[in-house]
Design a protein around this ligand. Structure first.
Ligand code: NDP
Length: 312
């Protein structure tokens, strides 16, 4: 029988009961502890989403932090997770599937002219738009890791011509792979649609900016499901203004929730989504959370540990 583990839960308290029930069923040795009702010295491991600066410092016996999502940029900001502690992220295939569906939704809307056909239907017009075969659409995917690779291959499965970009050299059947800065500038002129599923790091901040967007073909589309910090919002507005970018589908923003007076809400060419393209699923992620917590308790290295110097 494994040792009992006191697992602190820091997220939306509405979800606490849902998580508690699943831990009771799957891992009765783990006590899920409410952040507002705990003895800090008794906490062994923390399970968190967006904890505030300084919050984790009070737990003197903490052995590690498990992130309730795949992106860890928030946890790597100074003061959030004490330096000595390991950070573990989720890598859940269900999240890859959700993201593939969301990106496909935007790509299909664009390439199958959904908005035009909805308008024709409203006007009771039996009319078609000139057909463009899938393999004539070149779609670039920035970030072809756990999620991005799944997205890229799902798009390739529709018949699109897919290009992928990573930090290290890769060779993935079904897409043309590019890597590094020089690879980025070789890939961009090919991409009529550019999808971003990168982690946010010092190197990837504002990767979609007035430095890179001019390399895209005129009238390109941007789809961002990485982090808001990947897109320089003012540069995007400027590029839409001059027609370099035709439209943008955005799930993530520099400030979230997107402020009600933000220009993106009412912009004709920007489609706003409330950071929902891939959400944490209790049922599909519980086993890896339990495994990570037990590894941390046993002083063995859990899978999916973040490399702080790389930033993901
Ligand atoms: P991974 O760590 O598995 O993959 C990251 C990919 O980005 C890798 O291909 C990596 O290259 C590449 N990359 C990182 N830095 C660079 C760089 N400087 N230059 C070129 N390529 C780079 O991450 P996931 O696929 O699990 O997640 C990606 C991101 O998706 C998360 O960090 C998060 O920001 C976002 N996300 C958004 C969600 C949403 O709801 N909107 C939900 C879940 C995640 P290499 O393979 O060479 O290391």
């Amino acid at each position: 029988m494994s040792k009992e583990i006191n697992l602190l839960y820091y997220w939306d308290s509405d979800n606490l009961e849902k998580w508690s029930a699943i831990f009771r069923e799957k891992a009765p040795d783990i006590n899920l502890i409410d952040k507002d009702n705990c003895n800090p010295d008794e906490v062994d491991v923390a399970l968190v989403w967006l904890p505030p600066n300084g919050f984790l410092k009070q737990f003197n016996n903490l052995k590690g932090v498990i992130n309730l999502g795949q992106g860890v940029d928030h946890l790597l900001k100074p003061g959030i997770v004490p330096e000595k502690l390991p950070i573990i992220r989720l890598v859940d295939n269900d999240m890859s599937k959700q993201m593939s569906a969301w990106v496909s939704l935007q790509v299909l809307r664009e390439t199958r002219f959904l908005d035009k056909y909805m308008q024709f239907e409203k006007e009771k017009k039996w009319q078609s738009v000139e057909f463009i075969p899938s393999n004539k659409w070149n779609i670039g995917v920035l970030g072809i890791g756990a999620i991005g690779k799944h997205v890229a291959l799902s798009l390739a499965n529709f018949g699109y011509n897919v290009l992928g970009w990573s930090r290290n050299e890769k060779n993935i059947e079904g897409m043309t792979c590019y890597y590094g800065e020089s690879g980025l500038y070789k890939m961009l002129p090919e991409c009529k649609i550019l999808v971003c599923i990168l982690p946010l790091t010092q190197e990837t901040k504002h990767i979609i900016s007035k430095k890179t967007m001019p390399y895209l073909p005129d009238g390109s589309t941007i789809i961002n499901a990485g982090r808001g910090g990947h897109v320089n919002e003012n540069d995007l507005l400027d590029m839409i203004e001059i027609g370099k970018i035709k439209n943008a589908y955005l799930d993530v923003f520099e400030t979230e929730p997107l402020p009600s007076d933000h220009i993106f809400w009412s912009h004709q060419k920007i489609n706003v989504w409330p950071h929902i393209s891939a959400e944490t699923n209790t049922e599909t992620s519980i086993d890896q959370i339990v495994h990570a917590a037990r590894c941390l308790m046993d002083n063995t290295e859990p899978p999916n540990q973040i490399n702080r110097s790389k930033g993901y």
